[in-house]
Write a protein that binds this ligand. Structure first.
Ligand code: BGP
Length: 471
């Protein structure tokens, strides 16, 4: 196919993302400031690649100035990260701020702004404090919803004058799906009602934060508050009604459970009907549902990595085990699919376009942006050239194709305002530490975590500078 120069609109966000826990390391962390992820790490150490863990991470806590200088060099317009809830406070009940950590965050924000990189800040990227998990079973509890809103208020008080892009959660469905739906993590309990309670309580917490943000006028100067979701762009195996229905139910349970209430203010009745059919109950009140209805988000970030393909469930369901949505579906492998073998994820760049069109057509064309998209590759060092620069042409191709489809969606009227690569630097994945490297910038773990732009870093720099690329 002939190649073309693709123009990037002048005000289009060209950024990169990360999270607090995955980068900052444990420097300065106090006893009792563990998050869900630290607890997970401590319980399940055996899964960690080469023993790398969150203790060192990329040492962003100490090296943020060096990293922000690299962001400036690449020309990132925006950088997304999170505030680590478990570290921002020393007392989660009385909302006592850890001044050392708060000061560090303040310096990060100032340095970003001074470098011409807009900060985008998320309040929870899986960093729910371990204390709240132990004491209240985390997001099972309405009390934790209230504590989160109080924490958010402290954060807005500190940084609301400088930060214009806020998000409550990154991928709010993920933790409880691993913990209570798939029982892959401690406490290894399959409990779909609890899964739904967590979903609901995080939605309620978002609505309450939106309410607070506006009531206290933090939305002045164009500041916005939203959420970052990971809807699974789902394709049915065939057009046969049973496969179509499987994809439809999958979409209700994994996507619309957050998209609908957060963007439109209402849950799909069909989801509630399926839940009552399977005795999935959770606590909600009319007042809470009104808060959700009246305080929808300003915009959404969407994390998109790979497509989901489903077909109708072929096996008879064992009625003695608790209900799981896979009662209705099975995953389906597309024959001949393109793969990122390191991560085991299919590559299908059109997911971004399809999501963009869906938001346009079904979600009031709300403002959205690609909040994460990227390619994690194992053992990249073998691709170094004589100048020791990782020749990650596969990543350049991946970004090129995904950015192309993002801009196609823009051209076709979707209100997409940006693209953020996961990730700015290689970092600690909650699944596999530094095994799969995602960064535009290499973190050399053998050499004191020194930073080096990869070929993709130079490519991204050129695309941002020229506001164009060839695809
Ligand atoms: C997203 C998370 C990120 C990041 C990324 C890559 O779902 O928001 O935190 O980790 O996935 O996935 P992984 O690290 O599992 O390879």
């Amino acid at each position: 196919m002939a190649k073309h120069t693709i123009q990037i609109p002048s005000n289009f966000i060209m950024g990169a993302a990360a999270s607090a826990w995955q980068t900052e390391g444990w420097s300065g962390k106090k006893e009792g400031q563990d998050s869900f992820l630290d607890q997970w790490y401590k319980n399940d150490r055996y899964v960690w690649h080469n023993g790398y863990g969150p203790a060192g991470a990329t040492d962003f806590y100490n090296r943020y100035a060096e990293d922000i200088a690299l962001m400036k060099q690449i020309g990132l317009t925006h950088y997304r990260t999170s505030i680590n809830w478990s570290r921002f406070l020393t007392d989660y009940e009385n909302v006592v701020v850890d001044e050392t950590y708060a000061d560090y965050m303040s310096r990060v924000i100032d340095e970003l702004i001074a470098s011409g990189v807009e900060p985008m800040i998320c309040l929870e990227h899986y960093e729910v404090p371990a204390y709240l998990l132990d004491k209240y079973e985390g997001w099972s509890s309405k009390h934790v919803v209230e504590l989160f809103v109080k924490y958010a208020e402290k954060v807005f008080e500190r940084y609301g004058d400088r930060v214009k892009h806020w998000f409550t959660f990154n991928e709010p469905i993920v933790v409880q799906t691993r913990v209570y739906l798939d029982a892959l993590r401690y406490p290894y309990e399959q409990n779909t009602p609890k899964w739904m309670q967590w979903n609901y309580n995080k939605t309620l917490a978002t609505a309450k934060c939106v309410q607070l943000f506006k009531a206290k006028n933090y939305n002045q100067n164009g500041a916005k508050i939203g959420v970052i979701l990971n809807p699974e762009v789902t394709y049915a195996r065939s057009s046969a009604p049973h496969d179509q229905y499987a994809a439809h139910v999958y979409d209700l349970f994994y996507n619309r459970v957050f998209l609908d209430p957060l963007i439109k203010g209402e849950y799909p009745q069909e989801l509630f009907d399926l839940m009552s059919k399977h005795d999935i109950t959770f606590e909600s009140t009319t007042e809470e549902l009104t808060v959700i209805k009246e305080h929808t988000v300003d915009y959404v970030g969407i994390n998109l990595y790979y497509p989901h393909r489903v077909k109708a469930q072929s096996k008879a369901w064992n009625e003695n085990i608790p209900f799981h949505p896979s009662y209705y579906y099975e995953h389906f492998d597309l024959p001949g699919k393109r793969m990122n073998k390191s991560r085991g994820w299919e590559i299908y760049p059109k997911i971004i376009y399809d999501m963009g069109m869906r938001i346009k057509n079904e979600y009031n064309n709300i403002e959205w942006f690609v909040a994460e998209n990227g390619m994690g590759i194992e053992n990249e060092v073998v691709f170094k050239n004589e100048e020791h620069i990782i020749q990650d042409d596969y990543r350049i191709d991946f970004i090129t194709e995904h950015l192309y489809y993002t801009l196609q969606a823009v051209e076709d009227g979707s209100n997409c305002t940006g693209y953020m690569l996961w990730a700015f630097t290689d970092n600690v994945s909650p699944m596999n530490a530094f095994k799969n490297r995602y960064g535009l910038v290499e973190i050399n773990l053998e050499n004191d975590r020194s930073r080096h732009l990869k070929k993709s870093g130079y490519w991204y720099q050129a695309a941002i500078k020229e506001r164009s690329f060839v695809a």
